[in-house]
Write a protein that binds this ligand. Sequence first.
Ligand SMILES: Cc1ncc(COP(=O)(O)O)c(C=O)c1O
Length: 244
Amino acid sequence: MDNLFDIYRQKTPSSESLFKRAREVMPGGISHNVHFFPPYPFFLKRAKGSKIWDVDGNEYVDLWMGHYTHILGHHPDVIVEAVQRQAKEGIHWGIVFEKQVEWAELIQELVPSAEMVRFCCSGTEATMYAVRLARAYTGKKIILKIAGGWHGANADLTVGIKAPYEKEESLGLFPELRQYTKIIFFNDPSKSLEIIEQNKKDLAGIILEPVIGEGGFIPATTEYLKVLRSETDRLGALLIFDEV
Ligand SMILES: Cc1ncc(COP(=O)(O)O)c(C=O)c1O
C-alpha cells in the first residue's frame, strides 16, 4: 500500500499542493465527506464523456460519474445546449413553474411506480424526507438500514456505514440515534428477518440501495428484495429504495 501511495504521490504533485491549500479554507480540505480518500484526493481539471483529467494531466475512466448521476456521461452536447438555453431564462427562480410539472409528469410516465414525485437538491435531502415520511405515515420510529449502506449526510441514517459498524460514524450525533436506526445485513434474508422480527412493533421502514454503492457495488438478490417487500407489507412499514 505504501508503495501505491508513493506512486500516486509522484503522479499527482499538483493535487497534493492544491489539497494543502484546500485544507486551509475547507474543513478536511473537502466539502463532501465522500470526496476524501487517502492520502489526498486528486483534483479535476476537465471531464468529458466517460473520461476525467486531473490537474497533473492524468487521464482516468470515470466509474463514479458525479455520484452516478451523469447517466449520459460528462456534459454531452444535448445537456450543455439545454442548460445554456435555460440559463438565458434563469435557473433559480425560487417559485414554482410549469417545466417542473412537465418534468414530474415525464418521470411518472417513464417510471410508472412513481405515483408522486418530489424534487430535492441532494441525495441527503431526499433520504431525510423519505425517513420522515415513513415515520409520519406509520406513526412508528425505527428505520432499518443496510450495514455499509450510504444515504448521504442525513443524520437519521449516519449509522453502520463503515466497518466496524458498532463504531460511531461521526461526532455530533444524538446517542439515542441507534435506538431508532439499526442495521441489517445485505443479501442475508435470515439474519435480516431476525432483526425485523425484533423491531416489528415500532418499524417505520427499511431503506436500501438496490445496488449497494459505497458498500461494494453489489446488486441485491431478487430473493432478498422479495423478503424485504413482503415483510414491510406485512408490518405496514415502508420499503425505501435509494438510488442517486
Ligand atoms: C445511494 C445514495 N444515497 C444518497 C447519497 C447522498 O447524496 P448527496 O451527496 O447528493 O447528498 C448518495 C451520494 O453519493 C448515494 O450514492
